[in-house]
Design a protein. Sequence first.
Length: 382
Amino acid sequence: MPIYLDYNSTTPVDPLVLEAMLPYFKEKFGNAASSTHAYGWVAEQAVDDARQHIAKLLNAESNEIVFTSGATEAINLALKGVFEAYKSKGNHIITVSTEHKAVLDTCSYLEKNGARITLLPVQPDGLIQPEELRKHLTDKTILVSVMFANNETGVIQPIRQLSELTHAGKALFMSDATQACGKIRVDVEEEGIDLLPFSSHKLYGPKGCGALYVRRKNPRAKLLAQIHGGGHENGLRSGTLNVPAIVGFGKACELAASRMWEDSSRISVLRTQLEQNLLDLGGVAVQGNTRHRLPNTSNLSFTGCSASVLIKELFDIAVATGSACTSALPEPSHVLKAMAVPDDVAFSSLRFSLGRFTTAEEIQTAIDKISKAYMRSRSQNE
């Protein structure tokens, strides 16, 4: 059986999530916007229940959750929506060079349409220096967007410090928490987050469903809708709601809230086992800060060995060279390049991401296979 170590790309649907979803494909098939009969009422109640579970995971209010098709749409809604809503105040958006392409590409689009974009640098370990943000804030800054935890390295940013600086500068603070939600505690009140996009399929829910948290007070985040036609989701995102997926998303968040610490503790032990055994081979190094990091993620470089060659050797182990959204691009990871990692090291780096269903037996098998493949490849290149 293949071994799946690419949980940051997507997660399998938890059996309990699938069980919760199934009735809404058949006997409970109503449209949540149908307000004149029981079929619609049942669907609407299911959506409301899911919204509450999702909000609870973030320590938010249920009316602050806007459903989308995924994190990418949520990011587009947040960035474009804020840019259009706050034009009278300013046009300056600050983000980070290691953000997901969903943020970077949307910012590039906005730049062509009049936005001024500042990309903050990171240190070699992937962390931002808060002082870098402070010196770039101006009275024209309307939004600062900083990823909570990086999808390639797992590095967790000092979100609270950054949001405090942002609010002192009278701007909104957004954090793409797609990789963090469900793995570690994400509290929008504690961290001072005004906008937070994330996705169901990263925490054992179905694909094609995500959400945007939009703060309603202290401060109230204003957005202009990007999709029109019916005024759904308080006018911020029109379109018939995907009730089965939303139900699954809600169940996934409910499970994450109850299992997060248990899952994280077990997974971090397995991650350490994998990492230490591979580091002991020599020529292997961790990319990114190892203290402020997700418990499931390890980005390792293998000196003298191309990651693409290694992946071909490991045909029955699912790993990645970076983000699933950019894996087709024949260039070094933009995240590692932003961390000043040399190209040859970046091209030799693999991301291992573990999850709820990873077993100790799978990790031991992976260690054995990766070790043999690496040593064989390295000897051929000497």
